[in-house]
Design a protein around this ligand. Structure first.
Ligand SMILES: Cc1cc2nc3c(=O)[nH]c(=O)nc-3n(C[C@H](O)[C@H](O)[C@H](O)COP(=O)(O)O)c2cc1C
Length: 224
């Protein structure tokens, strides 16, 4: 098995998935905060990275996929290519996920669980996710730990993804923030600075990202 340091440098494609689907929502702002945090970390460390690997981040908004509740007649785990699905919306989603190497799931907690739209998007596919690394970031009044635990079971147990532990659970800093989030107002998040809401949680996001990268690089190196 080749070591991570000896594997040929390549560009890994990583999907950052926004799991909220409400019409008025905080999800896109929070997902952008996570993306910015990772991007600024990458910008600061790329030159010092010994592996030479690079990372392209692709934002995926579950709301923009416009997926219906699954209307395929086949079982996703039995389907091994996009052509195996009946509907073009499933084939398009399949091709998109298949092209990505790893994922960061950014999700609100709804009633102690996974938002229905995100679960529906996950359940449309199977082999496109299977065996790939996944990091989990949740948010909510209490940080969304129950959603994170449920996502870990679904992704790690049900689909056999390699899930980074621990997840990052972002607790709303107070009542005013919660009301702003619920009504889609500007939250003042900045993924490039220590100041501001969750500035002190950027280190946890970066730690989860590094966990994801380790899995990604080791897996690909092992396959060389
Ligand atoms: C259907 C629903 C269920 C919710 N359940 C929870 C919950 O279980 N725990 C929590 O901390 N917040 C809960 N909230 C509050 C959300 O954390 C808050 O509204 C947040 O803005 C939702 O993310 P979004 O704006 O990206 O949809 C819930 C909100 C909604 C709409």
């Amino acid at each position: 098995m080749a070591s991570a340091a000896t594997a040929s440098p390549r560009t890994f494609q990583v999907g950052i998935i926004c799991g909220s689907q409400r019409i008025i929502r905080a999800g896109p702002q929070i997902t952008t905060f996570i993306q910015q945090t990772i991007s600024s970390h990458l910008a600061a460390t790329t030159r010092s990275s010994s592996s030479g690997h690079t990372f392209a981040l692709e934002l995926i908004d579950v709301a923009a996929l416009n997926l219906p509740l699954s209307d395929e007649s086949g079982i996703p785990s039995k389907i091994t290519s996009a052509d195996g699905y009946e509907h073009e919306h499933t084939r398009a989603w399949s091709r998109r996920v298949a092209a990505l190497d790893a994922f960061v799931f950014v999700s609100p907690q709804y009633n102690w669980g996974i938002p229905a739209g995100l679960k529906n998007a996950i359940d449309h596919l199977f082999n496109e996710w299977r065996g790939k690394p996944a990091a989990i970031v949740t948010y909510g009044g209490h940080g969304g730990d129950k959603c994170a635990a449920a996502l870990k079971v679904v992704l790690g147990g049900g689909i056999d993804m390699h899930v980074v532990d621990p997840p990052v659970c972002l607790t709303f800093p107070g009542r005013e923030f919660l009301v702003k989030a619920a009504t889609g107002k500007e939250l003042g998040l900045d993924g490039t600075a220590e100041e501001g809401p969750w500035g002190d949680r950027r280190a946890d996001v970066i730690k989860a990202w590094e966990g994801l990268v380790s899995m990604l690089v080791e897996e690909k190196s092992g396959a060389v």
